[in-house]
Every structure is written in C-alpha cells, then in structure tokens.
Design a binder for this molecule. Structure first.
Ligand code: NAD
Length: 357
C-alpha cells in the first residue's frame, strides 16, 4: 500500500470548505498545509477542524508559500477561472473544486483547455453517487435486470445552478457514461437569477443520449415532489427504465426497483453525510494520484460533460431549438441571455413562498 502523503491547500472555507478541511484531515494520506478565505473567520473555523493549519491572506499567497500537491477550492459558482489559473501557475498536481465546473460554458471550455494543456488533473464534487442507495441502484442496473435501458430521469426542487450538474452526473452514472447527443429544454421565472447560484426558477429538458436513451431532467420549483424523502433539499430522484423494469434512488436515502427478475424490491437505506460520500471521494484523490485507479469517478472530463448538458438546457430555451452537442462558444454567458429574455413579470407572490412554510 502506498503511504505517500499529499499536501493540500484549501481556498474558500464556507460550508463546503469546512467539510473538505475536516475530511482531508481525517485521511492519513493528506496533510493540510494552508487555508485561505477573504472572510478570515471562516478560515479560522476551518483551521480548528484540521489541527490548526496555517491561514493565508489570499489563495495566491497560500499557493506560493506552500506549493501543495493538491489545491482545493470551494467558492461560489462565479469564482472559478482565476483560481484554476493560480493552481496551474503554481504547479499543483490536482485541483479539487466544487460543482458546477463553471457558471457558463465558454468558461468551462477555457478551463478544460488550460488544465489539459498543463497536465493538471481536476475533479468536481458530484459525490452523491458514492452513497449506498446510488451504489445499490447501479448494481441492479449493471446486473441487466432492467433489460435494455430506454429512459433515464432525474429531478429536484433545488434550482438549476445548485443542482443541474448533479442531476446530469447521476444520470450519466446510471447509463455508464453514454454521451449526450442533443438537448431540448425550457425555463421559467427570474427570481433566482440574482441568487448566488443564479438560475431560472425552473428548467427542464429532454436529453437525447446515444443509443436512443431518452433523459428527462427538471430542476426548480415546478419539479415533482419526492414523497419518499422528508428534507426538501434531498428530494432528488434519479432513475432508469428499461425493457424489463425500472430502478431509482433518492438523495435523501432509499431506492426501489421493479423488474421482471427481481419483482418489487426496495430499501430505505441511504446516506448523504460527509463520512459516507466526501470521505471516499477524497480517498479516491490519493488513489488516482498514486495511479491505483485510472480515473477519479468525479474527474473533470465528466464534470465537463455534466455542465455541457446543463448549459445546453439553457441554450435550448435561449435559442428556441434543439441544441446539438458538443457545444461551442457563444458570444456571452447563458445567464446573461436569460437575464435579457425571461419575461419581467410581477407575480403577486414568490414562486418560492412554499419554502418558507
Ligand atoms: N457538492 C455538493 O454536494 C455541494 C453542496 C453545497 C454546495 N456546493 C457548492 O460548493 C460551492 C461553495 O458553496 P458553500 O455552500 O460552501 O458556500 P459558502 O458561501 O458557505 O462558502 C463560500 C466561501 O467562499 C469564499 N470565497 C469567495 N470568493 C473567494 C475567493 N476568491 N477566494 C477564496 N475564497 C472565496 C467565501 O468567503 C465563503 O467563505 C458552490 O459552488 C456550491 O454550489 C456543493
């Protein structure tokens, strides 16, 4: 067994950054050598979770001083390319950052080109698929019990910039990374365009995957409920249907299947906490750098495909047509277009009022 210890520097010490600090610190294959956040109290709190790692005034100062193997950043979706550049310029081996890979597809293309040219590995946190309910559902799919897969679906009430790449990733996971060929979608509502995860209030799409598999995705306030799950943010359903049956898993826990060979089977088992999803995600960083696994399950190429499907949903609404993949660049960010074209309406109440109950 490899016992090399990889050094880690973390920028962005909010909710996710603290979880990274905690989980990297718990794994003996890593040593946290620096933390940075413009909000110093956040960095101090993260440092307390990982044995008092040194705090720096900026990511740049941290990377220059520590020259880490791994650079992790957990910042809002608007903060991506400048931090990627810092990692590349400072010669890190791997950049572990948060989903979505980028807040627009032009930036995703630039990031991919930059890191691939520099030979820097990247991963984005689509870590839910490590949880037992997703693993069990995948085992049933891989056993062939569903027969020929013809449909994959994913929906959640959480809004687009939080959730769309998660959904695309877990759909692709269930159908063994089959590539998408085209996307046709629609959006509604502008209330969340000013959120720190700027999004239409609702977005839906049909995704045409190779081999005739149809994907159906919904994010936002019009998405159906997932009554199997109590906590709103975890009401996320991902499933496949095939010639011999279907199987689905819920982020909040549980899975069920009805197939010719298994009959109706289900379980309420399921996890979503850091120890069950973030810990193996982080451990796979060491295994990937060691060369023990050929690819990290959340590698940047996959994250690129996820954001491509997500941004194609928006482009379809923007340009009112089916969008063929692979995507190229357009003259401005998808969200800038949506800001211009989603109708200005003054609803009597917010479409999100139900969340306040
Ligand atoms: N994978 C998941 O399951 C999951 C869950 C929640 C959030 N997220 C993602 O994680 C990211 C961060 O979310 P969060 O909930 O931790 O947000 P947060 O607001 O709690 O923390 C973000 C932190 O980034 C810091 N920051 C902002 N600009 C920075 C910069 N230039 N350099 C360094 N630090 C900077 C802020 O000061 C803040 O402390 C988002 O992209 C979000 O979508 C992922």
């Amino acid at each position: 067994m490899n016992d090399k210890i990889y050094t880690v520097a973390i920028a962005g010490c909010g909710k996710r950054g603290k979880l990274y600090a905690d989980q990297f610190a718990k794994n003996p294959r890593f040593k946290i050598v620096g933390l940075a956040d413009p909000f110093k109290d956040a960095a101090v709190a993260a440092s307390q979770l990982c044995g008092g790692a040194e705090i720096f005034d900026s990511s740049e100062a941290m990377l220059k001083a520590t020259q880490p193997d791994i650079y992790s950043f957990c910042t809002p979706p608007s903060v991506r390319m400048p931090l990627i550049k810092l990692g590349v310029d400072n010669g890190v081996k791997l950049i572990a950052y948060e989903k979505p890979m980028a807040a627009n597809f032009n930036e995703a293309m630039d990031i991919r080109e930059l890191v691939n040219k520099a030979g820097v590995k990247t991963i984005q946190s689509h870590q839910r698929k490590y949880n037992v309910q997703f693993q069990e559902a995948k085992k049933i799919i891989d056993s062939g019990a569903c027969g020929r897969i013809n449909m994959v679906y994913a929906h959640c009430g959480g809004w687009f910039m939080h959730m769309a790449t998660h959904l695309a990733d877990y759909m692709r996971f269930f159908i063994n990374d089959v590539d998408a060929e085209y996307v046709i979608g629609q959006v509604d509502g502008r209330e969340k365009l000013t959120d720190n995860h700027p999004s239409p209030d609702y977005a839906c799409a049909m995704v045409g995957f190779k081999g005739g598999i149809r994907g159906y995705m919904e994010t936002g306030y019009l998405a159906p409920d997932v009554p199997e799950v109590d906590y709103w943010w975890r009401k996320v359903r991902v499933g496949v249907q095939g010639s011999d049956g279907f199987v689905e898993a819920y982020v909040g826990g549980g899975w069920r299947a009805v197939t010719k060979s298994t009959g109706a089977i289900s379980s309420t088992e399921g996890t979503w906490d850091g120890d069950h999803e973030q810990a193996p995600y982080i451990n796979d960083i060491a295994r990937w750098l060691d060369g023990e696994i050929a690819n990290h399950p959340c590698n940047g190429e996959g994250g690129y495909k996820d954001v491509e499907i997500a941004m194609a949903m928006l482009r379809s609404a923007i340009f009112r047509k089916k969008i063929d993949l692979p995507l190229g660049k357009i003259d401005k960010a998808e969200l800038d277009y949506l800001n211009e074209i989603i109708p200005q309406e003054s609803p009597e109440k917010s479409v999100w009022d139900f969340l306040k109950k």
